[in-house]
Design a protein around this ligand. Structure first.
Ligand code: ZN
Ligand code: ZN
Length: 347
């Protein structure tokens, strides 16, 4: 089969590799689409400690079951499925307490093992056992379904940031995960959602999310406008959906008393330190948390939200490229062109 193989930092090869075989209790999936994630861009540009190269990256994938392994029940060849890419061990301290994102032995497809930028991907027994193979209803496209990974990360963010009915939420960053956070916050009952993004075209592109207020620091002072919009109270929840230390500091200024700040976007690994006024946290009794990743349960909720239209998945499909254009796909994501870039290995 054809595969995009990451062989080193900023090095990839389009190669012919042997088709994966379904293991006992596992299966193989013919990949119909696999979206580029920020993690793929990071892996390509800087490498990734968890990823042993050479590796086929790609974890936001959907396709049809090609072969089912011996002893597998409940799945059939030709079935349309989407993969929840994080495979929890199910037995560690964190898994036992329902904290799959913290699993000590988490295996992510496209990070710890070969992923979806290939014509076929092998799904191991443990993934089947943990219900990571999720059937797609008729009427939902592969691309829409493949959005479950970033969408469920937004669900994890809203759950842990305790977004609730009536809240005012500020989302900083209008990239794909910022837009998903807006849509998910709305579904969680947020009453007023304020989206902050420097680039004006990117802010305009995000209007489909139905946020109530759109702010660009190029046009106005972010802190002052948020205060105006919240009767000078600040926001109940601030989700920083971009990798900016400056935005993280600003979040502490615009959060309300007893409010929650979520550091959703990670900072570049060579500059993870920020300087902030800790008295803001002290006197506001504010909560600062971080979230990353998602659980299988949240992936299923994400798919339901896509089916019901609470997440307008079609709006995220900006580019559709073939496997031979993998490098171009990475570049488009890196240059923040559009929202999501989808690679179809059969094109
Ligand atoms: Zn992802
Ligand atoms: Zn575990």
């Amino acid at each position: 089969m054809k595969a995009a193989l990451l062989t080193g930092v900023e090095n990839f090869e389009l190669r012919e590799v042997p088709d994966p075989q379904p293991p006992r209790g596992g299966l193989t999936v013919k990949v119909e689409t696999c979206a580029i994630c920020g993690t793929d861009v990071k892996m390509y540009k800087y490498g990734y400690s968890a990823a042993k190269l050479p590796l086929i990256p790609g974890h936001e994938l959907a396709g049809t079951i090609a072969q089912v392994g011996e002893g597998i029940q409940g799945y059939r060849e030709g079935e349309r499925v989407v993969i929840a890419p994080n495979i929890p061990c199910g037995t560690c301290f964190y898994c036992e307490r329902g904290m799959q994102t913290s699993c000590d032995r988490l295996q992510t497809i496209g990070v710890h093992r070969d992923g979806g930028f290939a014509q076929y991907v092998m799904i191991p027994l443990q993934a089947v056992k943990q219900r990571c193979v999720i059937p797609i209803l008729k009427g939902v496209s592969f691309e829409e379904a493949a959005l479950i990974d970033p969408a469920s990360c937004a669900i994890n963010a809203c759950e842990l940031s305790r977004v609730k009915v009536g809240d005012v939420v500020v989302v900083i960053g209008a990239g794909p995960v910022g837009c998903l956070n807006v849509e998910v916050c709305r579904a969680f009952g947020a009453q007023k959602i304020i989206l902050v993004q420097r680039s004006l075209p990117r802010l305009k592109q995000a209007e489909f999310t139905g946020a109530n207020v759109y702010i660009s620091p190029l046009r106005e002072d972010v802190v002052e406008r948020v205060m105006q919009e919240t009767e000078r109270r600040g926001a109940d929840v601030v989700i920083v959906a971009c990798g900016s230390g400056e935005a993280q500091q600003q979040a502490l200024e615009i959060v309300a008393k007893r409010g929650n700040v979520n550091l959703f976007g990670g900072l570049p690994k060579d500059s993870p330190f920020i300087k902030f006024n800790s008295n803001l946290i002290h006197y506001k009794e504010a909560f600062v948390i971080g979230t990353h990743g998602c659980s299988t349960r949240q992936c299923k909720i994400a798919l339901d939200m896509i089916v019901s239209g609470k997440i307008k998945a079609k709006e995220y499909v900006s580019y559709r490229l073939g496997l031979s254009d993998f490098l171009q796909a990475i570049k488009l994501a890196e240059e923040r062109k559009g929202l999501k870039i989808f690679v179809n290995p059969n094109l």
